[in-house]
Ligand binder design. Structure first.
Ligand SMILES: [Zn+2]
Length: 321
């Protein structure tokens, strides 16, 4: 059997079977035109043209809830981004936090992080504390492509605060949009932080794509570092062997299954592979025969359960496993 056959069989089977697995989507986004900048709108138009689709200028929580329902996803974690130091934003930092907190009011299956650019200094640390202790945000989303390396000493007070608040940090890694700077998003710039703050829970978003080996290396050496697989729908859809290989590499370095977290980056990849299909693809993940025949292990259902539910419950929601 060729690998192409393996992938096709897998795709057929996921359409036929129902997913029976509890799922947390640990990486989603929501916005409307009221909270993003003109530059964000321009970048979305450029990305849409590149991908041959229409730009998504509004993606409110109602759309997320609908997609979750269709995909049998029980919980999702919204990761707001603070671009206020780079662009003219319609809302102040605080108001943006509050906007996200309000949109999930009464939604017990949704949680939100707070997005803060650590170059904001003391104001940002205060907002981090306010967002977590007063507003119920469950973590901090950091977006280095806005123009900073995460391991700068000047940000250490933030890591001390996040450790004290016992919240995880999700750090965007790898590929970014037109007007951001990708050089800041290399996993190696997280290693020093992870080593200096061993109690701090860090998640490297997108498994660092395209710096996957680097992300896995940083995670393998630092037990407090996990990777999320949001955005990997692209490979599931167009180059599944790349995804299988990433899982196997992660297994070899012991990042899989306990420190890999499932996510989608919803709604950014809906035109490539809709949430429902991505959830079933991963829930029913099978390493193709062409790889198991040459000695790679198959993945088990229990391992997938860790990635799709238990790791996020433990690392993001702070539940005891
Ligand atoms: Zn994202």
């Amino acid at each position: 059997m060729t690998s192409t056959h393996g992938a096709t069989n897998h795709q057929v089977s996921i359409q036929m079977e129902r997913i029976e697995m509890r799922i947390i989507d640990a990486h989603v986004h929501t916005w409307t035109r009221a909270i993003i900048s003109q530059k964000d709108i321009d970048a979305r138009k450029i990305a849409a043209e590149r991908d041959g689709t229409t730009p998504l200028l509004d993606s409110p929580v109602a759309a997320l809830k609908e997609a979750m329902k269709g995909a049998s996803i029980e919980k999702a974690v919204i990761l707001p981004i603070d671009s206020g130091l780079n662009q003219d934003m319609p809302l102040s930092l605080r108001k943006k936090t509050d906007w996200h907190v309000e949109e999930i009011a009464g939604e017990s299956n949704l949680a939100t992080f707070v997005g803060i650019d650590p170059r904001r200094g003391k104001e940002g640390i205060e907002e981090l504390e306010r967002a977590v202790t007063e507003k119920g945000c469950i973590g901090w989303k950091m977006y280095p492509p806005n123009g900073f390396y995460p391991d700068s000493d000047e940000f250490y007070p933030y890591y001390e605060k996040a450790t004290e608040l016992n919240i995880p940090i999700v750090i965007h890694q790898g590929f970014t949009s037109r007007f951001k700077h990708v050089k800041y998003a290399q996993p190696v710039y997280v290693d020093k932080v992870a080593a200096d703050f061993p109690q701090l829970k860090i998640v490297l978003a997108h498994a660092g794509t395209p710096w996957v080996e680097e992300a896995l290396m940083v995670s393998a050496k630092n037990p407090n570092v996990s990777v999320d697989v949001s955005g990997w729908q692209l490979f599931a859809s167009r180059a599944p062997m790349k995804l299988y290989q990433m899982i196997l590499d992660a297994k070899m370095s012991r990042v899989f299954p306990m420190r890999m977290i499932w996510g989608s980056d919803y709604p950014l990849f809906e035109h490539i592979m809709p949430l429902k299909k991505w959830a079933s693809f991963f829930a029913l993940l099978q390493i193709p025969d062409s790889l198991t025949e040459i000695g790679y292990d198959q993945v088990t259902r229990e391992e997938i359960e860790y990635v799709m539910w238990r790791n996020a419950a433990r690392i993001i929601f702070g539940e005891r496993d």
